[in-house]
Design a protein around this ligand. Sequence first.
Ligand code: FAD
Ligand code: UDP
Length: 366
Amino acid sequence: MKFDFLIVGSGLFGATISCILKAKGKKCFMIDKRSHIGGNVYTESINGINVHKYGAHIFHTSNRLVWEFVNSFVEFNRYTNSPVANFKGKLYNLPFNMNTFYQMWGVTTPKQAAEIIALQKKESGVVNPKNLEEQAISLIGKDIYYTLIKNYTEKQWGRKATELPAFIIKRLPVRFTFDNNYFNDRYQGVPIGGYTKLVERMLDGIEVRLNSDYFEDLDYYNSISDKIIYTGEIDRFFNYCFGHLEYRTVHFETQLLYGVENYQGNSVVNYTDAETPYTRIIEHKHFEFGKQPDTVISKEYSKEWKLGDEPYYPVNNDKNSKLYFRYKELAEKQDKVIFGGRLAEYKYYDMHQVIEKALMMADFLL
Ligand code: FAD
Ligand code: UDP
């Protein structure tokens, strides 16, 4: 059997690109080494609650085409992400906004908040932030940095905030309004019925083989298609010839709590102290405003990736960026293989960015 495209990986990059290619008449065959489709957005139902198996996923975008694309498969709800931070028992709203400033300093006007931040920034002496710590202090001052950022960041990344790139913290909005929306994007929500339903519909009519690792039958897979779209780790593709890229992996302690209707009153509560070993607790039912009599919670722990673990977060510091570019040079010389997605591009992409890139790549290939 000859296919136009073999797609390695059924995450959002693979699902988007194969869906478009198939619609344009291309013959696609998809494999995934996991036992399910969807990659990291996979959701599974536990007692009627859609559990985000690989961590909390909230869809957000300002790109109307991307929003219409995902909504053409499944309806999205009006979920707005508003995580709460727990620091030694005291709660703070996220992202950093007037509610947070009130909770931190008792200030009630934007002017008062801005004055405190400006003073703390001045005292810190940071002019051109070179790392995450400097960037955070220059955005919101030292009190918020030490209460809500430093420990959480160091737990999540396993590195000192001074050794991490500044861009990571710029993901979070800083606002002088009473607005707890974690994102600034125009569109936001969670697919009603879970992400697996979304991906299932994207893959409608495409042959998918699960539990199949590309590298375990390389010659066969290379022989059955003209082109390959590869969404796995780029360093693995080249047999780690220049060494390993670093990733963070996370693992979840998931519990079904019988008879507990509402455990924490919010989908996501971050633990921003250094002592709590996990970074956050997710209560899955709240993503879809669930009214089930029970609840499912997941405690999220972060650790350094080692061979055999699932890679979750690329660690985009200087060392890894240099290594990635060496692999990228090799990738560009492969005329049969296209590399795309969070792992193959070694980029801290969100879902909408992965979809956007896949749509562009599909256009280019067609
Ligand atoms: P993946 O989903 O990783 O898919 C790659 C697939 O390839 C996997 O299924 C894997 O099994 C398969 N594969 C790899 N190697 C092989 C091989 N050798 N053979 C066969 N199959 C292979 N984004 C948001 O927009 N909002 C959020 O709230 C959000 N929260 C997140 C929370 C966490 C904890 C994490 C880690 C990420 C989050 N993201 C979020 C990002 C989002 O998960 C990614 O942008 C998106 O899922 C990436 O899709 P992908 O297809 O590139 O990769
Ligand atoms: N962050 C933090 N405190 C928080 C939440 C986030 O310091 O309570 C920092 C942390 O460094 C994290 C980054 O902000 O890596 C980006 O957070 P985001 O929630 O976007 O991370 P993700 O959802 O990708 O894990």
